[in-house]
Design a protein around this ligand. Structure first.
Ligand SMILES: [Cu+2]
Length: 193
């Protein structure tokens, strides 16, 4: 015959198990959450912006989906604006995106006529954070001598897009508690039958 004190260790075991698998659980829940966002509105984007060291060029990135998602490419929309908020035309730049040790995008010859551009990574094989590095290579027409280009050159601007685990943690905790309650309840009922 089982008593509550007999099954209590199983509850603790479940708790430990759930927390040991929680990184996988967290990313699965997070992928689901980002899919939901995509179908509902534009809130699926993560927006970050940084200024060049000399303060002349503001680089903004919007990533879609909002978090790196295994099995999907990451779209990186870039915007280059000057200190007055005007788009910078004919901005030359390089962009590399890495996920851990894996280079998922490497374009050394980016050029935008309008100040807006979109770059796409390879299909990601994990949902880990990505590092995005944008190097400013000067402003000027593509088929002209780069030495005549103006503005910052060689200025590297870094972004980090991290999955947002913070809001998911309480859900995992709730699942853990419910699991223990259900498990304990089941094991109380069986001896009575
Ligand atoms: Cu151009």
């Amino acid at each position: 015959m089982k008593s509550v004190s007999d099954v209590a260790p199983f509850g603790i075991l479940i708790l430990i198990t759930i927390f040991s698998i929680s990184p996988q659980l967290l990313s699965d829940v997070n992928v689901y959450a980002s899919d939901m966002n995509m179908s509902s509105s534009d809130q699926s984007m993560t927006t970050e912006d940084e200024m060049s060291a000399d303060g002349t060029t503001r680089v903004e990135i919007d990533t879609s989906p909002a978090v790196p998602t295994s099995g999907q490419s990451l779209l990186v929309a870039l915007s280059f604006t000057d200190s007055n908020g005007n788009k910078i035309q004919h901005q030359n730049y390089a962009i590399t995106v890495t996920q851990g040790d894996v280079i998922v995008l490497d374009n050394q010859h980016g050029h935008t006529h309008t100040g807006n551009d979109i770059q796409t990574t390879d299909v990601l094989t994990s949902s880990s954070p990505v590092d995005i590095k944008v190097t400013l290579n000067g402003v000027g027409l593509p088929n002209t001598d780069p030495s005549t280009w103006t503005g910052p050159k060689g200025d590297v601007i870094s972004f980090n897009v991290v999955p947002e685990f913070g809001s998911i943690a309480p859900i995992v905790l709730a699942i853990a508690v419910i699991s223990i309650v259900v498990f304990t309840a089941k094991n109380r009922v069986i001896p009575k039958l």
